[in-house]
Design a protein around this ligand. Structure first.
Ligand SMILES: Nc1ncnc2c1ncn2[C@@H]1O[C@H](COP(=O)(O)OP(=O)(O)O)[C@@H](O)[C@H]1O
Ligand SMILES: [Mg+2]
Length: 262
């Protein structure tokens, strides 16, 4: 494992019952690196992201984010509740469905993590939340309730909420897949800006054109293994593996809409 990378995953394995979902996954992301994870449905992309922030406990291998490292498998000790909470707080996750608290204002949603998990006083949590809402273009929605927002706005709140934990890395799992097409762009714009700022990110996406533009590297997964990985433009424009070519043939490379879902 190289010590200068921000995320290291080594020999990662995960089974659900008899189903081996991740088979010896290795990946590293350097500080400020942006990796796009692509592949057909069921290939293990979500499970891999969930293993990186330990929402799913791996069966074997190692996961490191920043200075925190855990090993899994025979002879290892599972992390305790506090260690897990600290680890997860350092790894912001944005899901397809936003899961905002419906009974709380946008501002309160973003302040919740800093107040309850990080133990910040309100006097610090509120300006932090307001600055993050400004960053995602929603300063004027601080007092609104989630049910008054569009899907794109809700997802931008979810991004602000994840950023409010001041994580070292951000993980996005199909953050735009549930959005109406006309709302995808505003969320991708926020993700693009974060990448430009130097946030270390792993992005599971079917937005191939976005992956090509924003990611440094693309990883193509199928059936729990990394089939191909390389510089984004090389993997997308000139994939080496037949399986990658077959998957990418379902998408318009530079267009907006996929020709078919994979
Ligand atoms: N909690 C779970 N229990 C059992 N099987 C699961 C669970 N989560 C995912 N799987 C299975 O693991 C495989 C990989 O799923 P997933 O990581 O969601 O793939 P992807 O995100 O690439 O679509 C699928 O076959 C899925 O059905
Ligand atoms: Mg998934």
């Amino acid at each position: 494992m190289t010590s200068q990378s921000k995320i290291e995953v080594a020999a990662l394995r995960k089974c659900f019952g008899d189903l081996e979902v991740l088979k010896d996954i290795n990946l590293s992301v350097e500080p400020g690196g942006v990796v796009a994870l692509i592949g057909p449905s069921g290939s293990g992309k979500s499970t891999l992201l969930r293993c990186i922030n330990l929402l799913v406990v791996p069966d074997g291998g190692r996961v490191r984010v920043g200075g925190d490292s855990f090993a899994f498998g025979t002879g290892t000790r599972l992390p305790g509740v506090k260690e897990l909470a600290r680890f997860r707080a350092n790894t912001g996750m944005v899901f397809q469905h936003f899961n905002l608290f419906p009974h709380m204002s946008v501002l309160a949603n973003v302040m919740e993590g800093p107040l309850t998990v990080r133990g910040l006083p309100k006097a610090k949590a509120e300006p932090l939340a307001r600055s993050l809402l400004a960053k995602v273009g929603l300063a004027d929605k601080a007092d609104a309730y989630p049910n008054k927002l569009s899907g794109g706005q809700k997802q931008r709140v979810a991004i602000a909420r994840a950023l409010a934990m001041e994580p070292e890395v951000m993980l996005f799992d199909e953050a735009t897949s549930a959005l109406d097409p006309e709302l995808v762009g505003e969320v991708l714009a926020v993700m693009r800006a974060l990448a430009k700022e130097g946030m270390t990110m792993v992005i599971v996406t079917h937005e191939i054109a976005f992956a090509r533009e924003v990611a440094d590297r693309v990883i193509f997964m199928r059936d729990g293994v990394v089939v191909e990985e390389g510089p984004a433009q090389q993997v997308i424009d000139a994939p080496r593996e037949a399986a990658t070519r077959a998957f990418l043939s379902h998408f318009h490379k530079r267009g907006e809409a996929p020709a078919a879902t994979a």
